[in-house]
Design a binder for this molecule. Structure first.
Ligand SMILES: CC(C)(COP(=O)(O)OP(=O)(O)OC[C@H]1O[C@@H](n2cnc3c(N)ncnc32)[C@H](O)[C@@H]1OP(=O)(O)O)[C@@H](O)C(=O)NCCC(=O)NCCS
Length: 146
């Protein structure tokens, strides 16, 4: 599934989510166009990915990133509670960073908006699961299949 962000009707960024049968989701292709960076849109896309994955019944979000090349993204991930995890997948590179975070359950309003059942997501919400709100006036919406 691909979520896209628009500002003033223009495509400003995107993030992909792959939901796995084991209840994990992988976040991929987080990207914000250079003109729209530093405004909190990246954070908002990650938050939207977490909420969407909760609606798909996932309890954990994981990702792989590249230290040195994607340090702004890595700072964002740590700020939002991601932590290092063991390697997964079969990427043939050693200099990668694998991160994960639990996904907090949907509250009723979020579940209604997504057409999902309330409470989907992690069964044990913790402070680590909470994602701060963002003031950016952007629209983030779904734009693709699973
Ligand atoms: C990583 C990326 C998605 C971040 O997007 P973004 O929209 O700039 O992200 P945010 O605005 O939420 O946060 C970025 C920075 O802006 C700052 N910021 C956020 N809101 C702000 C605001 N209202 N005013 C000033 N600064 C703000 C944040 O503190 C953050 O600072 P940091 O770089 O020190 O961490 C973007 O840089 C990008 O597309 N990079 C290339 C692709 C990439 O690396 N993808 C990751 C794949 S794993």
């Amino acid at each position: 599934m691909l979520l896209i962000a628009t500002t003033d009707g223009l495509l400003a960024g995107h993030v992909g989510i792959v939901a796995e049968p084991d209840g994990t989701a992988e976040m991929k292709r987080l990207y914000v166009r250079p003109y729209a960076r530093g405004l909190g849109l990246g954070e908002r896309l990650v938050r939207a990915a977490l909420t969407t994955a909760a609606g798909l019944g996932c309890h954990t979000m994981k990702l792989v990133t590249v230290p040195g090349l994607m340090d702004s993204a890595i700072a964002l991930y740590y700020r939002l509670g991601f932590q290092p995890m063991p390697r997964f997948g079969d990427l043939p590179l050693d200099n990668l960073l694998y991160l994960e975070r639990c996904i907090e359950p949907l509250d009723e309003a979020a579940a209604r908006a997504l057409g999902a059942a309330p409470g989907q997501g992690a069964t044990l919400p913790s402070a680590r699961c909470r994602v701060p709100s963002s003031p950016v006036p952007a629209t983030v919406r779904e734009n693709g299949g699973r």
